[in-house]
Design a binder for this molecule. Structure first.
Ligand SMILES: Nc1ncnc2c1ncn2[C@@H]1O[C@H](COP(=O)(O)OP(=O)(O)OP(=O)(O)O)[C@@H](O)[C@H]1O
Ligand SMILES: [Mg+2]
Length: 246
């Protein structure tokens, strides 16, 4: 698709939300085509998930067997095994999310969620700077919330590529909410997508699918929270504000 073409997903809650604030396309035919495309993507995603489950099961079983015979390769096999497990959990969690099930939230340490979110970031990775209390807890499903932050970190890396960005994560707890800001020192969000970037299929990145932030918003909502683009923390770069139950 062409970069930065906004698409209305349909079926979203009515009324502009802080996180999208987007003017919806008024063209009815365009809306119908976009809805049809998203429905098709949804179906294909469910089929992919179904097939991936089997493939991941086979990877895990065979890694287990290989570990018996190849002790020298244990670290590599361990990494394959961990990632197969993560992929399996992602498929299960996202399918539950797609079925509209609320996230199975429990108090989790935010620093542990952030650590999971930083695993397996694309090259060249990032330098992280945190202002997060080690005891700060949020009510969340660890795996899902880690996906949300992974999306933000991955985008910051992609936007700054090939330079390695500095990413700042800051959290503040109010009475019953936790607010987290993630900001980077990259080029900032292009104006063309600034008001629509949480809509599915909105991308301004060559090779991007425009699904990362749509997923991030879905995860935030499943937790009764919000995500929005905020004013840059300092200087250039992008800042995202996430609000969750404490
Ligand atoms: N930290 C950031 N800095 C600059 N632009 C950003 C940042 N985060 C998001 N964007 C912009 O928002 C767009 C949408 O992001 P989103 O993660 O939804 O999709 P994507 O990264 O293009 O594709 P993918 O589905 O692979 O994640 C990006 O294409 C990019 O233009
Ligand atoms: Mg992305």
């Amino acid at each position: 698709m062409s970069p930065a073409s906004p698409v209305s997903p349909g079926g979203e809650p009515s009324g502009a939300t802080a996180e999208s604030g987007a003017a919806r396309p008024t063209d009815e035919a365009g809306n119908a085509a976009a809805r049809e495309r998203l429905a098709a993507i949804g179906e294909i995603a469910a089929e992919i998930a179904h097939e991936l489950r089997n493939a991941l099961q086979i990877i895990s079983a065979n890694v287990y067997l290989a570990k018996q015979d190849l002790p020298a390769s244990a670290p590599y096999l361990g990494r394959i095994e961990r990632n197969a497990r993560t992929a399996h959990a992602i498929v299960d969690d996202l399918m539950a999310l797609a079925r509209g099930e609320p996230a199975a939230a429990e108090p989790v340490l935010l620093v542990e969620v952030l650590a999971s979110a930083r695993e397996e970031l694309p090259d060249p990775g990032a330098d992280f700077e945190d202002s997060v209390l080690h005891t700060l807890k949020v009510r969340a499903q660890h795996g899902l919330l880690a996906r949300l932050f992974h999306v933000l970190y991955e985008n910051a890396v992609a936007a700054s590529s090939p330079r390695r960005p500095r990413i700042r994560t800051r959290a503040e707890a109010t009475e019953d909410r936790v607010v987290v800001w993630v900001s980077d020192d990259g080029p900032g969000v292009p104006d063309a997508v600034a008001t629509t970037l949480f809509e599915p299929l909105v991308t301004a990145r060559p090779g991007g699918t425009g699904l990362g932030l749509a997923l991030a918003r879905r995860v935030a909502r499943a937790h009764g929270g919000t995500i929005e683009l905020a004013a840059p923390d300092h200087g250039d770069g992008a800042t995202f504000r996430i609000e969750l139950a404490g």
